[in-house]
Design a protein around this ligand. Structure first.
Ligand code: FE
Length: 337
């Protein structure tokens, strides 16, 4: 009997001293798991990963309330972060080092961008000369001269909702409503597939333009998605649009600390780790996203796509969250399936 009591005491002590964090994440990269192992090696803090899609995870966090084991919520779109913020899921992150490293437009008091993504245009240089399109803005894509030429995924895709949200922020609701009507008429096909499928459509000669995030193209060019996709990527060129001199639409993958986090003391350490040069290098070389911190350069494949484009920093990415619902409504109304 005394041994049993001793064992129980020992176990409960172990529980207190086990350093861990529970990470809710919508990111689906195996390379992220390697990174978390590095964090554990450095700090002794174990990272338990709970992955899923954003809406079910968000729902779980809300429903479980105070008993939710989640410490951090890692999401792949600024609008999703704002949604979690508005629902009161996060607490404020106070860290000078984070504030110094992450530009203001890529964070809020409640979440912080860890990587950046550019959503750009792709074309086939055999069909379209760069001279004809080099000054193309997102706004120009509604021009009647591009009828039946654009491949883009469905309106339920959050990256598209953020892109349209940025158009609302920059041009207003009425403009965007009219723009969408004409833009949808320019689709080369009924929206289907992921971002890579759009690029493949251009490579196959089915569409004149595709819209997709840069890391999908780099992934194809890397050969990790097979020889066929690598070959297809060579037939297609990226074009970084200027939103009427504002630059290319940028989105983020970012993270926030959950309000009822049981391991709060470890959460800031984890975020700060993700923003170290070592971690940022690991991410950009594996997922082909853009680094958040200035001292790290993008992967070679991404640099090859274009090194001198202007990233839109005219407005905070949190404005995507502000307009995302309105954007989706207008997209559906315009007949974007
Ligand atoms: Fe993605």
């Amino acid at each position: 009997m005394p041994q049993l009591v001793f064992l129980i005491i020992l176990l409960s002590f172990q529980n207190i001293f086990t350093k861990e964090i529970n990470l809710f994440t919508t990111r689906h990269y195996d390379s992220d798991l390697q990174l978390y192992e590095d964090f554990t090696k450095e700090t002794g803090i174990k990272v338990n990963v709970i992955s899923g899609k954003s809406k079910p995870l968000e729902k779980r966090i809300i429903e479980e309330g105070k008993s939710c084991i989640g410490d951090l919520f890692f999401l792949a779109d600024a609008g999703r972060l704002v949604s979690a913020e508005k629902k009161g899921l996060f607490i404020k992150i106070k860290s000078q080092s984070i504030e110094q490293k992450v530009p203001e437009n890529f964070r809020s008091p409640y979440w912080v961008g860890i990587t950046k993504r550019a959503r750009i245009i792709y074309y086939n240089p055999k069909e379209t000369k760069l001279d004809e399109i080099k000054n193309l803005s997102y706004e120009d894509l509604s021009s009647i001269k591009f009828k039946n030429s654009i491949a883009i995924r469905q309106s339920n895709n959050v990256y598209n909702q953020s892109l349209v949200a940025s158009l609302i922020e920059n041009n207003g609701i009425d403009f965007t409503k009219q723009w969408l009507k004409k833009f949808v008429k320019n689709f080369s096909r009924n929206p289907t597939g992921n971002d890579r499928a759009q690029i493949l459509s251009v490579a196959a000669g089915e569409s004149k333009f595709a819209i997709a995030n840069t890391y999908y193209y780099a992934l194809m060019a890397s050969g990790k998605k097979g020889e066929d996709q690598k070959k297809a990527s060579k037939k297609v060129k990226p074009l970084f649009p200027n939103q009427l001199d504002r630059g290319t639409h940028m989105n983020i993958s970012g993270i926030g600390i959950l309000k009822h986090s049981p391991n709060k003391a470890n959460t800031k350490k984890f975020i700060e780790f993700l923003l170290t040069p070592k971690a940022q290098k690991h991410i950009v070389n594996n997922t082909y996203e853009y680094p958040m911190i200035e001292t790290v350069t993008p992967s070679k494949l991404i640099q090859k796509m274009g090194n001198n484009f202007k990233q839109d920093n005219s407005s905070k990415v949190s404005t995507y969250g502000k307009w995302q619902k309105e954007a989706f409504k207008l997209m559906r109304k315009a007949g974007w399936n």
